[in-house]
Design a protein around this ligand. Structure first.
Ligand code: IMP
Length: 195
């Protein structure tokens, strides 16, 4: 099964490839001559995931999927959410985003949060959506050097270590993105004659 994954992040590409397995051959937009950054202007994760998949489909007419992820903090009404990458500004600065979140959590007793990923698939011109999430808590100071983004301040439910302290292989077993891509895989497995 050939699919374009609408990402330029090779780490994500490898992670998705490992979950989907040998039945899939994944390519990136760059492999199809699409090198510009795909706009993410929508107000929801679903809107952005669909917009990115449609952008690729409109230019290639090929089967493709895109993902969008946000960290949703309950006490902050779901923020930073769809703005997770740009929470502290357009520079996409992981450290500044984390600092701003820690500042906004000062004096907040409820530290519950979740990472949520939406995957939008366009298959034969039809759109399908999948979700994955992992619950946890935000701690008050960063810990660990693995991963990226908000990993150093997120402890997943059932763990005492942050995502940045867990080995990547262990994070990838339980992560929001892994769960969303597992749901995508389950769809292909259930679909008659597709895999
Ligand atoms: P994207 O939609 O995957 O690009 O994710 C948007 C933003 O969410 C990223 O810039 C990160 O700040 C954050 N994010 C996404 N996935 C993760 C993760 O696995 N760990 C920590 N932060 C993440």
């Amino acid at each position: 099964m050939k699919l374009i994954f609408a990402t330029n992040n090779l780490h994500k590409l490898r992670e998705a490839g490992a979950i989907l397995g040998t039945g899939f051959s994944l390519t990136t937009p760059a492999d199809h001559g699409i090198t510009e950054e795909i706009p993410e202007l929508e107000a929801t994760l679903t809107g952005n995931a669909l917009a990115k998949a449609r952008y690729i489909y409109d230019r290639t007419r090929a089967d493709c999927f895109a993902d969008d992820t946000g960290l949703e903090v309950f006490a902050l009404g779901g923020a930073p959410g769809v703005r997770s990458a740009r929470y502290a500004g357009d520079t996409h600065d992981f450290a500044a985003n984390m600092e701003l979140l820690l500042r906004n959590m000062e004096g907040v007793a409820d530290s519950r949060a979740r990472f949520r990923t939406v995957v939008a698939l366009i298959l034969g011109g039809r759109e399908h959506l999948f979700e994955g999430e992992v619950g946890g808590v935000i701690i008050d100071a960063p810990r660990g050097g693995e991963g990226f983004g908000y990993d150093p301040i997120f402890v997943p439910d059932g763990y005492t270590l942050t995502f940045a302290e867990l080995p990547p292989s262990e994070k990838n077993l339980i992560s929001h993105r892994a769960r969303a891509i597992e749901n995508l895989l389950a769809f292909f497995k259930a679909g008659p004659g597709i895999l």
